[in-house]
Design a protein around this ligand. Structure first.
Ligand SMILES: *Cc1c(COP(=O)(O)O)cnc(C)c1O
Length: 378
């Protein structure tokens, strides 16, 4: 038996939805894409949504739509997947790392403030593990410095911040539908926004910078006519994937509910264990728990990690602080920039471990994980 840290949850209905699409007229760029976009926009409360090939593509076109370019700086968290920072590089900009808050593990608004220069253009706020960032404070800082806010909500579909669903708050919010995330399309991503101008740019960048919109064409040549007005990419998602996404969205609330229930069971089991720091609950928010991360006060994380892996528990570490990745270290060095210092991120990284969490994790499996963790704490 091997219990992974996360995995997809696929029903017969999901499979049927994919098969039906394979038998339809459209494998890609048919009716399923806009249907999926409408479902996610409706769920999050956003006006517009643009589905793309993966969450990284979503971040890339969001940065492009934000007008991020050469010479700009983009502030993000070091405790995230590399994609949250790489999107700045894709646009020729420099990623800048603010430190995390040691309780929430999310980007610290105070630290963001310290990172702002006259080159800062945007903040990419990552809702780590499904815990919403302090968006009021981040918005206030962004407004004061005229910055765009992009939320990387790859972990946070289904979470809410002060009564608003994640996806409806900032200029743009990006999602990922990789199999370990809340819902899956195998590979897939989305950007949500309330801003029509940004929406139209996102559509353009998804498909090579090509438009057929009559209002955007410089001349009328015929029904076949299109123009490339900008440089975009092929970041299209397929109808087959979107059929799976639509079907998965029907069970999203159930998935999140089950994740929260499993988190409560973990929290209860570890409540009396002085050695273990369980997740912090930010007031007024509902975490959708993509990950269940605990930290050890004194135990050697590596020993615990290896022992749990030995007994078939797929623990993981999320994440290696991005600014310590060789590519980043080299980039700052090459450009004569100071290496970012994020002491909280380093402390977090040295002590954290992610335990298995996904909707189909059974109580028996979870009890086994709990038992093995507790054994190592004595
Ligand atoms: C998964 C993830 C991404 C990238 O999504 P892909 O769909 O794998 O490209 C970006 N940011 C975070 C925080 C993620 O967890």
């Amino acid at each position: 038996m091997y219990i992974p840290y996360g995995r997809q949850c696929i029903s017969e209905e999901d499979i049927q939805a994919v098969v039906d699409t394979l038998r339809s007229d459209y494998l890609t760029t048919g009716p399923k894409i806009s249907e999926f976009e409408k479902v996610v926009a409706g769920y999050t409360g956003a006006k517009y949504a643009v589905a793309v090939s993966n969450g990284t593509a979503a971040l890339h076109i969001a940065c492009m739509a934000a007008g991020i370019g050469k010479g700009d700086e983009v502030i993000t968290s070091p405790i995230t997947f590399v994609a949250s920072a790489n999107c700045a590089f894709y646009c020729g900009a420099t990623p800048v790392f603010a430190d995390i808050d040691i309780n929430t593990y999310n980007i610290s608004p105070e630290s963001i403030e310290k990172c702002i220069t006259d080159k800062t253009r945007a903040i990419v706020a990552v809702h780590f593990s499904g815990q919403p960032c302090e968006m009021d404070k981040i918005r206030e800082i962004a407004d004061r410095h005229n910055l765009i806010v992009i939320e990387d909500a790859a972990h946070a579909l289904g979470a809410d911040y002060k009564g608003n669903k994640i996806g409806s708050i900032s200029d743009m919010t990006t999602f990922s539908f990789h199999p370990v995330k809340h819902i899956t399309t195998a590979e897939g991503g989305m950007v949500t926004t309330d801003n029509k101008e940004l929406y139209e740019k996102l559509l353009l960048y998804r498909t090579h910078g090509i438009t057929r919109n009559p209002d955007m064409l410089s001349k009328k040549d015929g029904a076949w006519y299109y123009e490339q007005t900008d440089l975009g990419y092929n970041y299209r998602i397929t109808d087959v994937q979107c059929a799976l996404g639509i079907s998965q969205m029907k069970r999203l609330d159930k998935f999140v509910e089950k994740r929260r229930e499993l988190v409560n069971r973990y929290n209860e089991a570890f409540a009396e264990v002085d050695e273990i720091v369980t997740p912090y609950q930010l007031e007024g928010c509902n975490n959708s728990y993509h990950l269940y991360v605990i930290r050890f006060k004194t135990k050697d994380r590596k020993i615990v990690f290896d022992k749990l892996r030995e007994v078939g528990i797929g623990v993981n570490v999320h994440y290696i602080p991005v600014h310590t990745q060789p590519y980043y270290v080299e980039y700052y060095k090459k450009n004569g920039l100071l290496q970012p210092e994020c002491p909280n991120a380093i402390e977090y990284y040295n002590t954290a471990i992610s335990l298995p969490l996904y909707p189909e994790l059974s109580y028996e499996q979870q009890d086994y994980v709990i038992e093995k963790v507790l054994e190592l704490m004595s």
